[in-house]
Write a protein that binds this ligand. Structure first.
Ligand code: BES
Ligand code: ZN
Length: 453
């Protein structure tokens, strides 16, 4: 057996315990009341880096702390920067979890907990891969820097300036990120494209207070009705987005890429079944994979206003709100799209209400190179860890710092995924397949060896 795998086999139970402890910390970055848990989690990650022989520190920021560590003991050899995030998305709706989101539980092959796949389980596997490489090889074959942040799920507002300020210290030959997913069971993948993001909140205000819907309905505008019409105006038939100019900078899919997507072993029926939807839906003229990976979207993520309690209450709400995400593809610019959306919404808002638009976080779309030494090394390493070579795929999610790394450090990111597409990330019962967690450690240790060649 591969020495790397042997080492993982010998230590795997202990490491799983360590991951379970990390998953018990509710490090929810968008919740101000969790600041204490965020620091505790950062502290724990720093200890983990120290325990594997890295010089590590917790770096305070204006937001949640960043953890940085390095082990630079391979002069003349390449340097790899490993990135991950210890923050997680809020766990609600809580009543849909089979166990508490921060009470990690094994269910068959899977460990179920918020953050198990996105991203604590994944970056933990990379750290244990580093530990394995040191244990088996006596020393790391390349220089390694590790950067684990606590604000990925809110757009990485503190990390982007940190990377700029510390660009000399962070200099490297490759950035390695395991925050995507495999294509399916036993189908490891390298991701070369991610979507960008604009996240807006649209608030519509009408009367100064909630009113009796009989006495006042029909005589003043209902903000919830107006909001519904405005949202509808942003959508065109056949799954297209209706904001003027929205498609101006969309890079069309090329024939080679459509052919490549079509050749992937995508099980559409299983995909639809997993979602629970009656059938697939999306922009006409495109396949499901094309829609998921390469076409921009407009989606309401949350909608509130008026009476939402049990039963009926006849009321005309004073206010209604929608949280809206627009996922972008190359070469759409989030700043431009946000501006276009804002001016369209302002233009269509009737003067019977007042509107406010909040700009939450954003991210630029990503395409990284599929060529180069790091990609070749990753192909070989994945084959060693997973027993088969990776597929090349794109994804619909966003990772805000990928372009920042490219611009500040001049290095492309290598986007790996140890999780599976149906890991329920951001949903109830998030899970991580534990065999892949261990395979990921072997692949990581192998990658460090491959990069040294
Ligand atoms: N791990 C995801 C990104 C991802 C999702 C990659 C799906 C591949 C497939 C990441 O943690 C994430 O969720 N990012 C946010 C970023 C946003 C809040 C700026 C996202 O995509 O919603
Ligand atoms: Zn996420």
């Amino acid at each position: 057996m591969d020495k790397l795998r042997e080492h993982v086999e010998r230590n795997k139970d202990r490491w799983l315990e360590e991951l379970i402890e990390l998953l018990k910390i509710p490090s929810i970055s968008n919740d101000a009341e969790r600041a204490g848990d965020m620091s505790r989690c950062a502290g724990r990650v720093q200890e983990m880096l120290s325990e594997i022989g890295m010089e590590a520190e917790v770096v305070p920021t204006g937001g949640h702390p960043i953890v940085y560590g390095e082990r630079l003991k391979a002069p003349g050899r390449p340097t790899v920067l490993v990135y991950g995030h210890y923050d997680v998305q809020p766990p609600d709706p809580l009543d849909q979890w089979r166990h508490g989101p921060f009470e990690p539980t094994m269910e068959g092959e899977y460990l179920v907990a918020r953050g198990s796949s996105d991203d604590k389980g994944q970056f933990h596997a990379l750290l244990k891969g580093i530990e394995t490489a040191i244990a088996v090889g006596g020393e790391l074959p390349v220089n390694v820097k590790v950067l684990i942040e606590g604000e990925e799920e809110i757009g990485s507002p503190s990390l982007q300036p940190f990377i700029h300020e510390q660009r000399k210290r962070l200099a490297c030959d490759a950035v390695l990120i395991a925050d995507c997913s495999q294509f399916g069971i036993d189908m490891p993948a390298i991701t070369y494209g991610l979507k960008g993001l604009v996240y807006l909140e649209l608030i519509v205000r009408g009367p100064g207070k909630d009113l009796h819907s009989g006495s006042y309905g029909g005589s003043v505008a209902n903000p919830a009705n107006v909001l519904a019409r405005m949202i509808a105006a942003c959508q065109e038939p056949f799954g297209k987005v209706g904001i003027p100019g929205f498609y101006d900078d969309v890079r069309p899919l090329e024939a080679w890429e459509r052919e490549e997507f079509a050749r992937l072993p995508f099980d559409e029926e299983a995909f639809v079944k997993e979602t629970g939807s009656p059938r697939a839906f999306g922009e006409e003229g495109y396949t499901t994979l094309e829609r998921k990976w390469a076409r921009p979207t407009f989606d309401v993520n949350g909608l509130v206003g008026g009476f939402t309690g049990k039963g009926a209450k006849t009321v005309l709400p004073a206010e209604a709100r929608a949280k809206i995400s627009m996922r972008l593809v190359p070469d759409q610019d989030p700043v431009k799209i946000s501006r276009q959306a804002r001016s369209f919404l302002e233009e269509i808002a009737p003067d019977t209400v007042q509107i406010e638009i909040l700009d939450h976080h954003g991210a630029r779309p990503v395409i990284v190179s599929r060529e180069g030494k790091a990609v070749k090394a990753a192909v070989a390493a994945i084959e060693r860890g997973f027993g088969r070579p990776p597929l090349f795929i794109r994804e619909g999610g966003s990772i805000p710092v990928v372009n920042t790394f490219g611009e500040e450090l001049g290095t492309d990111c290598l986007l790996l995924g140890l999780g599976l597409p149906d890991d329920n990330t951001h949903s109830p019962n998030e899970r991580f397949r534990i065999v892949d967690y261990y395979r990921g450690m072997v692949a990581m240790a192998a990658l460090l060896e491959e990069l040294a060649r």
